[in-house]
Design a binder for this molecule. Structure first.
Ligand SMILES: Cc1cc2nc3c(=O)[nH]c(=O)nc-3n(C[C@H](O)[C@H](O)[C@H](O)COP(=O)(O)OP(=O)(O)OC[C@H]3O[C@@H](n4cnc5c(N)ncnc54)[C@H](O)[C@@H]3O)c2cc1C
Length: 237
């Protein structure tokens, strides 16, 4: 696994549950909310963090087909409908899984939690999943800045990187899952944490992978000056 945010931790747990021997290599420190290595998942800048929920089919609150249509519309028709469908079909089970692991949300309907790293209230998904990963025998490499995938005969067999002391290293693997987060820090103004420099996109492209939906950077609106703030829009009846 390359990365240490919510995607990498969830994929590590899933791979372990399917019997794989797992390794997680992360730029920065693993699993400490608000610290480089926990990625955008620990959301050090927002006041709160919300997972969009989907209600039961036929219900009044966020019925699945309405959520799907909303996602397609807000992406101006460019979002991959099948990916949106996976989100709609699986998000409720994912929220329940996180709750089983110990994640606490403020409202069942909105799956919201307070942010504010300074008050120790960041999104704790990574820390909670780290506690589970500690029992999976996963080898964790920290300060592991992966730089390129190793491809042999069209198959990815590992990755190379450089540690924080400047020492190069090689990791061999039967399969590699890239979960290195977004690319926000390539822009002058960004809400993303410093580690989100799109390394995974570049590595994947150099290895010959096809990338898509790259135009979707951030779903929410935010201001960057004179103050950083995320704007939330509510429909009032
Ligand atoms: C301010 C803010 C508020 C947000 N609010 C919400 C919200 O309310 N609801 C919501 O659903 N989403 C929200 N998001 C988006 C959400 O946080 C991200 O989509 C999600 O956390 C991405 O998870 P990830 O695991 O893919 O990436 P990340 O959590 O960014 O993790 C990327 C990981 O990859 C590692 N990495 C990067 N490059 C390398 C490399 N070369 N080698 C090794 N490791 C590397 C990083 O250290 C990090 O561990 C918000 C994002 C921000 C920035």
């Amino acid at each position: 696994m390359v990365g240490g945010g919510g995607a990498a931790t969830a994929a590590t747990i899933a791979a372990h549950e399917k019997g794989a021997r797992t390794m997680l290599a992360v730029k920065g420190q693993f699993g400490v909310p608000g610290v480089r290595g926990a990625g955008a998942t620990s959301n050090p800048l927002g006041d709160f963090w919300t997972i969009r929920t989907v209600g039961p089919k036929g219900g009044l609150f966020n019925p699945p087909d309405a959520v799907h249509a909303d996602m397609i519309q807000s992406g101006l028709g460019l979002a991959d409908p099948e990916l949106c469908r996976i989100f709609v079909d699986e998000v409720s089970a994912a929220i329940k899984r996180l709750q089983t692991m110990g994640m606490e949300f403020e409202s069942k309907m909105l799956a919201t939690m307070e942010g504010r790293a300074s008050k120790g209230k960041t999104n704790r998904i990574v820390a909670i999943q780290k506690a589970i990963i500690e029992h999976t025998g996963t080898e964790v490499l920290e300060q592991a800045n992966l730089t390129d995938l190793v491809v042999d005969g069209g198959r990815c067999i590992g990755a190379v990187g450089i540690d924080d002391q400047g020492e190069p290293f090689v990791v061999e693997a039967g399969a590699v899952i890239m979960a290195t987060g977004g690319v926000g820090q390539l822009f002058q103004y960004s809400f993303n944490p410093p580690g989100n420099t799109g390394d995974g996109y570049a590595m994947a492209m150099r290895a010959g992978a096809e990338l898509f939906n790259m135009e979707f950077m951030q779903q929410g609106l935010a201001t960057t000056w004179p103050q950083q703030a995320i704007l939330m829009l509510y429909e009032m009846e």
